[in-house]
Design a protein around this ligand. Structure first.
Ligand SMILES: [Fe+2]
Length: 365
């Protein structure tokens, strides 16, 4: 038995943002629009506010989300929500503003949420999850709450064409990680399997093109769909070891989420491989490989390494992380990874020692 949870409504397509105004107008009277400075500068927030004005929806814009949200940013946004008399939240941007919108909604008695991704990655627009870093302890907390699944998700690929290469790579790898983790999760379902395989194929086919030429609207469209599909996957089948180990790297060393996933993905999946060889083989076959389970699974890992090279995923060392500092924090990181619960969804049993070994392997050539 399984159930599938998805956003109340999803609008997909070029300029979906202008089509969404009527749906948004039904969510409340005064929206708190949560975003970041870069998204605002790119003119995307204005696209939304122009559209809301046409629909007669009043709004207040909050653009002080700087990177992945912590409790202080959320509190600042919540304060504006209260003082401006808002009754709904719109998160527009990458995963961070969308997660912030969820946090503000939860702190406001679950105000209705509309989410508009401008990067193809987090899948936050399709999930019950959000991350907030506890500033006092530098611990990135994953919060699971079905009540923050948005009432409305707006997938408009034209919003992602200005994303720079580094963001395209990081977010695209986040989407791929979601899909592969969900497909190899203990919680995988026949429904999420369909979305996962579809998302994996789209990412392998279109991420290099979106990375190479951000204006390639077909590639951007395919990646936006992949991110959404992968979001539906994790919403219902969860993430596993990669995300469990990735969050502490993000919290302690401020590596962008998608990049730390990408640094970890091959090694974590290689650890899990013999726990579900047939699943990794199925991914290889979906990518066009023929042969035995082992051959197809191995081919998937080669494709994965190639993709990381093509989109220039750095190592921890190349990213500028201090090895000694990393090793010093490793014990806490392994504890935090396990405590998140995500490693427990891995199809193979994971111990703290396994996690420490994988962290160490990130430093091997
Ligand atoms: Fe993620």
């Amino acid at each position: 038995m399984y159930q599938i949870l998805m956003p109340g409504r999803t609008i997909v397509g070029e300029n979906a943002i202008s089509m969404a105004k009527e749906q948004i107008s039904q969510l409340g009277n005064h929206a708190l629009i949560i975003s970041g400075k870069i998204v605002e500068k790119s003119g995307i927030v204005k696209k939304l506010t122009d559209s809301l004005e046409e629909a007669g929806v009043s709004y207040t814009v909050f653009t002080d989300i700087k990177g992945e949200p912590d409790d202080l940013m959320v509190a600042a946004a919540k304060k504006v929500y209260d003082t401006e008399g808002c009754d709904m939240v719109i998160g527009i941007g990458g995963g961070s503003p969308q997660d912030s919108a969820k946090a503000v909604s939860a702190a406001s008695g679950y105000a209705p949420i509309a989410l508009i991704p401008t990067t193809a990655g987090s899948g936050s627009e399709a999930t019950k999850f959000y991350c907030v870093t506890e500033s006092a302890t530098d611990t990135k907390k994953l919060i699971t709450d079905e009540k923050v699944i948005p009432r409305l998700a707006v997938i408009d690929p034209t919003l992602s064409v200005t994303a720079p290469k580094s963001i395209t790579a990081a977010t695209g790898m986040d989407a791929l990680t979601h899909a592969v983790e969900a497909y190899t999760s203990r919680k995988a379902t026949p429904y999420t399997d369909i979305f996962a395989i579809s998302a994996i194929k789209r990412v392998f086919t279109y991420l290099p093109a979106a990375y190479e030429n951000g204006e390639d609207l077909e590639a951007r469209t395919q990646m936006a769909l992949a991110a959404y599909e992968a979001g539906v996957c994790i919403n219902n089948a969860s993430v596993t070891l990669v995300h469990g180990m990735s969050r502490p790297i993000g919290a302690l060393f401020h590596v962008p989420h998608g990049i730390s996933n990408a640094m970890l993905i091959s090694k974590c999946l290689a650890f899990a491989k013999d726990g579900c060889l047939s699943r990794f083989a199925a991914i290889g076959r979906a990518l066009g490989v023929a042969g035995t389970d082992k051959e197809c699974a191995d081919a998937f890992f080669i494709y994965l390494e190639d993709l990381c090279k093509t989109i220039e995923i750095p190592t921890l060392e190349a990213y500028g992380i201090n090895k000694e500092a990393f090793f010093e924090k490793m014990d806490k990181m392994a504890d935090d990874a396990l405590a998140s619960g995500s490693p427990g969804n891995t199809i193979k049993e994971v111990t703290k020692e396994d996690i420490l070994q994988i962290y160490k392997k990130l430093w091997e050539a």
